[in-house]
Design a protein around this ligand. Structure first.
Ligand code: ARG
Length: 460
């Protein structure tokens, strides 16, 4: 099957377009990924044209059947887009001409590639938002199941990457659940702005033909139609917003990745990644690396790069359409693929991790991270918190100097720091008691985690 190399705009020119210039400006190798959206958009446009009497029913029937066939050819790889066709819109229109002849030319009545590509992009965004939302939901389900499994497992919580206080591991997993919940909210909010049709704006000024943009919008399942034809073709806000939401998703994943990498290290030793999701070293036989988490962390940089790429492409562009905007597709496509893949693989990675509960129980049993418990014990006995903090600091210093863990210090010694200490201090100095005693809303206690879990399940 051959492509007829004919550019859509050539007739005004006396010389053919320079081949190097054409090769430079061709975007087929990238925008061929939009062929389904392009056919969907064209089908709606042509249906509307026939309903409004701009073309005949027969012509629209011919065009739509031709488009269906072309879609199948592209899907099957029987029609291979060629760079000389400039872009996917041209590939499809030229192929249609081969199939049905002159009637193919009517497809573009009242339409420009400017509103066409803006429509394709919104259809693409809508699909990717759906896929990313589902992937995030899947990851959230995995987090809920981890939180359930490890609700009563005690881990260290950190601030400044220093052991801070013992917490329920479930609480930790649900922190990430909430981050991804906000990401999903952002996608839902973005969809409102994405799902507006630019079709019918034509080049940028509208058309003298009696188009019905509301009808093509309806056929394409858009929630509304553009208000201003200049804005309709010039706007790439939704592309930038989508990449921005993806940047946030990747930022969240990269933090999670970092935790998993640290926790799986020998030094931390809190977590085991199963062999199916770990990699080795070609030189050091003992190595077990968390490459999947590292790759997710690394790919975050690529997505941020795309955000800056898009903001920079759009910066200072005069209205309305400019060819610069064709450069939106590589960063957009790469971001969508990278983010969706990263979310999906991260969920799988997480399923392949287990907490080393025995080691964690040993580590948390008599750690200095119980110091806050001592301070709060004194506060409950009416010592002002600042004094309680000072007293406890001295006890910590004593513990470090004498090499005695906090629960190992005798009551006599505790009393030298404050008369308020009684034998019930030892009950407070258990990580489990510390966690159970947390009373506040959304805290790390096992009960609070159970409540959070119920909420999380309702949201899913
Ligand atoms: N390939 C172009 C793009 O993706 C389509 C629009 C071309 N319009 C034009 N006036 N040259 O942006």
């Amino acid at each position: 099957m051959s492509n007829k190399k004919e550019l859509l705009w050539q007739s005004r020119f006396s010389e053919p377009f320079d081949r190097d210039a054409l090769r430079f400006s061709s975007s087929v190798h990238v925008d061929k990924a939009l062929f389904r959206e392009d056919i969907e958009g064209s089908t709606a446009h042509v249906t509307m044209l026939a309903e409004e009497g701009i073309i005949s029913e027969e012509e629209s029937g011919q065009i739509i059947r031709g488009l269906e066939e072309i879609g199948a050819e592209l899907e099957a790889g029987d029609l291979v887009p060629h760079w000389e066709d400039e872009d996917i819109h041209t590939v499809i229109e030229n192929r249609l001409k081969e199939k049905i002849g002159a009637a193919a030319g009517k497809i573009h009545s009242g339409r420009s590639r400017n509103d066409q590509v803006a429509t394709d992009t919104r259809l693409y965004l809508r699909r990717q938002i759906g896929t990313l939302g589902k992937a995030l939901q899947g990851l959230q389900k995995t987090l809920v199941s981890k939180a359930e499994t490890y609700r009563e497992t005690i881990i260290f919580g950190y601030t400044h990457l220093q052991r801070a206080q013992p917490i329920s591991a479930g609480h930790y997993y649900l922190a990430y659940f909430n981050m991804f919940r906000r990401d999903r909210d952002r996608l839902t909010d973005l969809l409102k702005r994405v799902n507006i049709s630019p079709l019918g704006a034509a080049a940028f000024a509208g058309s003298t033909l009696p188009l019905n943009p509301a009808r093509s919008a309806e056929l394409l399942d858009f929630d509304g139609v553009f208000s201003n034809s200049i804005d309709a073709v010039s706007d790439r806000d939704t592309v930038i917003e989508f990449i921005s939401v993806c940047s946030m998703v990747m930022m969240h994943l990269s933090r999670f990745a970092e935790d998993l990498i640290l926790w799986s290290s020998y030094e931390f030793g809190y977590l085991e990644i199963s062999d199916a999701f770990a990699t080795g070293s070609s030189l050091m036989p003992q190595k077990k690396n968390a490459d999947i988490a590292e790759l997710v962390r690394g790919k975050t940089g690529r997505v941020y790069g795309s955000l800056i790429t898009m903001l920079t492409i759009m910066k200072g562009l005069p209205l309305s359409y400019n060819r610069d905007m064709q450069e939106d597709k590589p960063p957009l496509f790469d971001t969508a693929e990278t983010t969706i893949e990263s979310v999906s693989i991260f969920g799988k990675l997480l399923e392949h991790t287990t907490l080393k509960e025995e080691r964690l129980a040993k580590l948390t049993a008599d750690d200095l991270s119980l110091a806050t418990e001592i301070a709060e014990y004194l506060v409950k006995k009416q010592l002002p918190f600042r004094d309680a903090h000072r007293v406890t600091g001295k006890i910590v210093s004593h513990s470090l100097m004498s090499g005695t863990a906090l629960p190992g210090i005798t009551l006599d010694v505790y009393k030298t720091f404050s008369e308020l200490f009684e034998s019930d201090i030892y009950a407070a100095l258990k990580p489990e008691a510390s966690i159970k005693a947390k009373k506040t809303h959304g805290s790390c206690s096992f009960d609070s985690v159970a409540i959070q879990l119920e909420e999380a399940k309702k949201l899913l």
